[in-house]
Design a protein around this ligand. Sequence first.
Ligand SMILES: Nc1ncnc2c1ncn2[C@@H]1O[C@H](COP(=O)(O)OP(=O)(O)OP(=O)(O)O)[C@@H](O)[C@H]1O
Ligand SMILES: [Mg+2]
Ligand SMILES: [Zn+2]
Length: 331
Amino acid sequence: MAQDGKIMAAALRRFQLDKDRRRAELERRTGEVYRRLPRLESIDRELRGTAAKLVIAAFQEDGDAAIKELERSNLALQRERELLLAGAGYASDYLDETPACRLCQDSGYLRDGTPCRCLMAYYTREQNRRLSKLLDLGNQSFDTFSFDWYSDEVWPEFGRSPLENMEMIRELCGNYAHKFGRRSGNLLFTGAPGLGKTFLSACIAREVSDLGFSVVYDTAGHIMQQFESGKFGRENPYEEDPDREIDRYLNCDLLIVDDLGTEMLTSFVQSVVYRLINDRLLNRKKTILSTNLSVDRLGERYGEAVRSRLLGEYQILRFFGEDIRILKQEQ
Ligand SMILES: Nc1ncnc2c1ncn2[C@@H]1O[C@H](COP(=O)(O)OP(=O)(O)OP(=O)(O)O)[C@@H](O)[C@H]1O
Ligand SMILES: [Mg+2]
Ligand SMILES: [Zn+2]
């Protein structure tokens, strides 16, 4: 699993903010209780004092008696503290600092250096926030995917009905998302407008993101723009670093390129499409392409080397049926 540095940095910021907030809340509570029970504050001070004295006594040769005495007074103080808290109606751990995550003690990382699942939850939320800027993750999920828009009449050129076809595609995409990992393949969604290609991309993006993988969704047009600005340098040094965007396209676990074929064709674009497809294959990173063009048309557009990789390395899913945008309008 490769995390995206920029997203992880944002996730860590929110993680730390929440930690600071919990700490501030504990301080507020402590202040509140100390005002009501001033004796408690001096007990806590004494307890901290005995803790230090215990350490010192442990290093003294004849410290045993002192240690016993300290432990006794410690216990008495703790008992008094509990009684005070209970008497005022507080739970005995009301002022204890308990970590929100026991696995990592709120450090965010496990001993082997991998991010803890509590931090990964922040990462996923951050990534989904970004994906939501371009995709309708709220409404487009496998649960809301409807078969109502696909007819059950057989289309002779495809040998089956749009409904049968979509049942197969929906099943395949569901499995792809649930089982996403190193052994997953690549997908090519091809078909006319308004058939659910972007919708299914959103469903997959969400599930794979929730599994903790880095997922980037973008349109081919925007991706090419980023490569263009990387090529010609930046006019404004304060804007987002386009090179970093390019890194995300090349290195994320799952890249979804939407509307491939709608961008203006130049030889630069041709070389970027080849590089994206080829580099990601070499690095075993997974890609989903979505297009209105057939594989043959894509081959004419981007060259034989691209066509060959699509045919050899991508599972091709052909979408057909009636344009759902128009069907919805007619309702
Ligand atoms: N299975 C579905 N259930 C409900 N609504 C759907 C379904 N598939 C698509 N839609 C809706 O139909 C519209 C078009 O779908 P979508 O954007 O996925 O089409 P597309 O295949 O990506 O088209 P294009 O090739 O033009 O990009 C969207 O409003 C989408 O929410
Ligand atoms: Mg689309
Ligand atoms: Zn944790």
